[in-house]
Design a protein around this ligand. Structure first.
Ligand SMILES: [Zn+2]
Length: 206
């Protein structure tokens, strides 16, 4: 089977909500694409596999898949292409998910800097990266820093994006979302200030 057909199968399964089947198809597509050595197919197969590894709970495989995706995107499109920056942001999140918090935050901050310098602070990739950074800080217990990131993102979005733009709604959603309690089990930050557990009568601001 050609790699492209396997990629399409994976995408169709994902659309239907069958993530585990989609993940298996994506692994197959990735193997086929590696054999063909066709750059566009290898990139698309890796771009299909990495997020599916996350969605199906394969946290370690997600790190490997994102590393592969970043390498391919960098080689094909360059260090600061939007697709490469999204891939690097995904890899940072994958590291964060397995408790490599300091590296994840450092890498994502670097992606944000590159995104703003290359594409401008109002570009979707810059705003998305900034809000992702806020989420990593928030989940590690750094509520003040997370809040500052979200304030900057809100200011930029209000100034540059039209009312009704999905990125504005996304920022509003993140502001209203509490820290992930799942992250506590893997977090390696030295001095986290955890938000209150669900059910306790403490107001969470982030
Ligand atoms: Zn953490």
């Amino acid at each position: 089977m050609p790699a492209r057909r396997a990629i399409d199968h994976a995408a169709a399964r994902q659309t239907l909500g069958d993530l585990h089947d989609a993940y298996q198809w994506a692994i197959y597509a990735h193997t086929l694409a590696d054999r063909t050595n066709h750059p566009a197919e290898r990139l698309d197969a890796a771009a299909m596999l990495a997020p599916l590894a996350v969605l199906t709970g394969h946290a370690d495989q997600a790190v490997t898949a994102y590393r592969d995706l970043v390498d391919l995107a960098t080689a094909e499109l360059g260090h600061s292409h939007e697709r490469t920056l999204y891939a690097r942001a995904g890899m940072a999140e994958a590291h964060h998910r397995v408790g490599r918090c300091e590296k994840a935050i450092r890498d994502l901050a670097d992606v944000y800097t590159t995104a703003t310098q290359r594409h401008g602070p109002e570009a979707p990739v810059s705003l998305k990266t900034l809000t992702q950074l806020a989420c990593l800080y928030r989940d590690c217990g750094w509520r003040d820093v997370a809040h500052r990131c979200l304030t900057v993102a809100t200011t930029i979005a209000t100034r540059y994006l039209p009312r009704g733009d999905p990125h504005r709604a996304r920022i509003t959603d993140i502001v209203a979302t509490p820290a992930s309690e799942n992250h506590r089990a893997v977090c390696t930050q030295a001095t986290p200030s955890w938000p209150a557990l669900t059910g306790l009568p403490t107001v969470r601001t982030i």
